[in-house]
Ligand binder design. Structure first.
Ligand SMILES: [Zn+2]
Length: 259
């Protein structure tokens, strides 16, 4: 009797220990499985942060001087030497910002010119949408003609919209448009292109030849060809204005201030 009882106890102990072993094994497996799930989730989330494109933002822009130390600038809308005669809204710092694609495409032009002893001078680059709105407000006030003689001597202020010199949206606000000219690195002289920056007049068309010298026209063509070679398209009205052909944000008008 006693022997039988002992055997039963031993048997039940064996069964219990087997169950305990199975329970521990299952728990361990669960932990391993959960760890794998957590690890996988973590690596996916890290991956998605690393390759995230996200909405376009100022993080997609770069200060041109960071990649072109010899670049010169005369950022007209930061100061008052412009057709409005006042610093323009949104230009809080004398910096030339462009999208990274545009900046590196411009660097190719700068590098090429530097090898010839020349360089670029930037008049305007990224322009916040609020600055364009400042221009529009100014253009609607026909009584303010302070800067007419210098910037639009042959055009009525009211015609600036119709003639396309001012518009409610500017390519500059998409971050891949730039206004520039060429300077000599040796003499620091700005090359004479036959008409000054932002002169709203037919003489500023890059193809205009009638009232400028052959040399001035050749310099416009030199700038145009160098820019086109590296993916920029020129503007039919302004020899200084270029837009990157494959601009990265063709439909986004940015409005963060330049600072
Ligand atoms: Zn422009």
């Amino acid at each position: 009797m006693l022997k039988n009882y002992n055997r039963k106890i031993l048997k039940s102990l064996k069964v219990r220990s087997k169950q305990a072993f199975l329970t521990i094994a299952t728990m361990k497996l669960n932990i391993v499985f959960k760890s794998i799930v957590v690890f996988t989730l973590l690596s996916f989330s890290t991956l998605s942060i690393g390759t995230s494109t996200g909405p376009p933002s100022k993080e997609d822009f770069i200060d041109l001087k960071e990649i072109m130390p010899n670049l010169r600038s005369d950022l007209r809308y930061y100061g008052d030497n412009n057709f409005v005669g006042q610093p323009i809204q949104g230009y809080n710092s004398p910096k030339a910002l462009l999208t990274k694609d545009a900046a590196y495409a411009l660097k190719k032009v700068q590098d090429e010119l530097e090898r010839l002893g020349f360089g670029l001078l930037i008049y305007d680059a990224y322009r916040p949408q609020s600055a364009t709105e400042h221009f529009v407000k100014w253009a609607e006030d026909e009584s303010d003609t302070t800067m007419k003689l210098q910037f639009y001597p042959n055009i009525d202020k009211k015609d600036l919209f119709a003639k396309g010199y001012i518009s409610v949206k500017s390519g500059h606000s998409r971050g891949s448009t730039v206004d520039l000219t060429i300077v000599s690195l040796k003499t620091k002289q700005i090359l004479n292109m036959g008409s000054p920056y932002d002169l709203f007049d037919e003489v500023s068309s890059p193809t205009h030849t009638e009232t400028i010298t052959k040399n001035q026209h050749s310099l416009r063509m030199l700038l145009k060809r160098r820019m086109e070679k590296h993916g920029w398209k020129s503007n039919p009205k302004e020899w200084w204005h270029f837009t990157l052909e494959n601009e990265p944000f063709p439909t986004t008008y940015f409005d963060f201030p330049v600072e």
